[in-house]
Design a binder for this molecule. Structure first.
Ligand SMILES: [Zn+2]
Length: 384
């Protein structure tokens, strides 16, 4: 690949990094103007300038998705979904937004996770526009908000928008740092906040009350037992079996009062083949039985998502694997792909850089990774 392309990849990525787009849930004194508005309007302008038909959709609180349609040589529709928000910059040890190019890398928050894929598609569209080339399929580039917290609002809004326009993508790439390995499956999940209600009493006469903390403790141990049981089950797919984590707990009023309330959160990873609603119902029954004679109210934290699983033999997975030279694999983390199950006919997670380096005190992506991703996108989109 030409070094001219490498220069353009670095240029586009630096330009993207220099526009702060910290997710409002991660905002702090160093975040600049939080949210995705500024990057969405820059992206819309750039993509329009490169010949795309652009629509900007306000999703929530002044935070817009960007949809850029690039006409292909055919009407077959493919989608590249890239989240435009980043995590916090408060713990960063260098300038989060300078976008400097150093040691063969572009540095700054979002360089890796996940503005890199936007830089790749911008550089390719620029190159094709200059050469009078068009991709084989028609391409929809989606810049979606709120992936790094807040329930994947951008992905949900995009899917609703696309379905309202009767768009049915043939193939959809969710951009995340996968080191250019096509990811063809990962777990989904369902989560609850559990509020256990007991009855308060003087601590010298605990028999007059019902301890919500003791009841919650029984529920937590029952959930741990259920987690252990899940680990003994055969996996339906390479993605593996489900798992349970109790992440937060708090409760009680004072040291000398039998506690009448205790709240905890429980997350259940759902593997492909499991129905999140059914899993949620079973979890609810298990918790309600464990807290008796106290009672439990379960508030669902996020809309449940089934696991995502795409055959490693599907054409989009194969073309990316052949171009990058990396075998398809599965991932332990969740992505926007959870919102696209049953929407795109073929679904894959793919992008430059390694997820292990994301969300850290320093962030960078190697320009060689951007070049590899560009080669894979060219193999996918077949410009001519
Ligand atoms: Zn990401």
């Amino acid at each position: 690949m030409s070094s001219e392309l490498a220069d353009r990849l670095a240029h586009w990525l630096a330009s993207l990094v220099r526009i702060p787009s910290v997710n409002p849930l991660h905002a702090g004194p160093r975040a600049g103007v939080p949210g995705e508005r500024a990057i969405a309007s820059a992206l819309a302008g750039w993509l329009e300038g490169l010949g795309a038909r652009v629509e900007v959709q306000e999703v929530v609180d002044g935070r817009p998705n960007v949809y850029a349609f690039v006409a292909g040589r055919t009407e077959r529709l493919v989608v590249l979904d890239v989240h435009t928000d980043t995590v916090s910059v408060e713990h960063m040890t260098d300038d989060p937004f300078d976008g400097r190019v150093e040691d063969g890398c572009v540095w700054g928050r979002g360089a890796l996770d996940t503005k890199a894929s936007l830089a790749v598609i911008l550089a390719l569209l620029e190159r094709w526009a200059a050469a009078g080339l068009r991709p084989e399929p028609s391409l929809l580039v989606v810049g979606s908000i709120s992936e790094e917290g807040g329930g994947m609002l951008g992905a949900i809004a995009f899917r609703q928008w696309a379905e309202a326009h009767h768009l049915r993508p043939d193939q959809l790439i969710v951009s995340e740092p996968t080191r250019c390995h096509p990811i063809y499956g990962h777990k989904g999940g369902v989560g609850f906040e559990v509020v256990v209600a007991g009855e308060a009493a003087h601590s010298s006469m605990p028999h007059l009350g019902r301890s919500a903390i003791v009841a919650a403790a029984r529920a937590v141990l029952a959930l741990e037992e259920e987690h252990e049981r899940l680990q003994t089950l055969p996996a339906f797919t390479e993605v593996g079996v489900g798992s349970i984590n109790v992440g937060l707990i708090s409760g009680g009023t004072a040291g000398n009062i039998v506690p009448d309330h205790c709240t905890f959160t429980v997350g259940r990873r759902v593997c492909p083949g499991e129905d999140p609603e059914e899993v949620g119902r079973a979890l609810r029954a298990l918790i309600e039985a464990a807290v008796r004679p106290c009672s439990a109210t379960l508030n669902q934290i996020n809309p449940g998502a089934p696991g995502f699983y795409q055959s490693p033999d599907s054409p989009v997975v194969r073309v990316l694997a052949e171009a990058s030279g990396f075998a398809p694999t599965v991932a332990p983390y969740g992505t926007n792909a959870l919102r696209y199950v049953g929407f795109a006919k073929q679904l894959v997670v793919f992008g430059p850089g390694c997820i292990d380096d994301a969300h850290k005190a320093r962030e960078c992506v190697a320009i060689s990774e951007l070049e590899l991703c560009a080669a894979a996108f060219e193999a996918w989109l077949q410009p001519a």
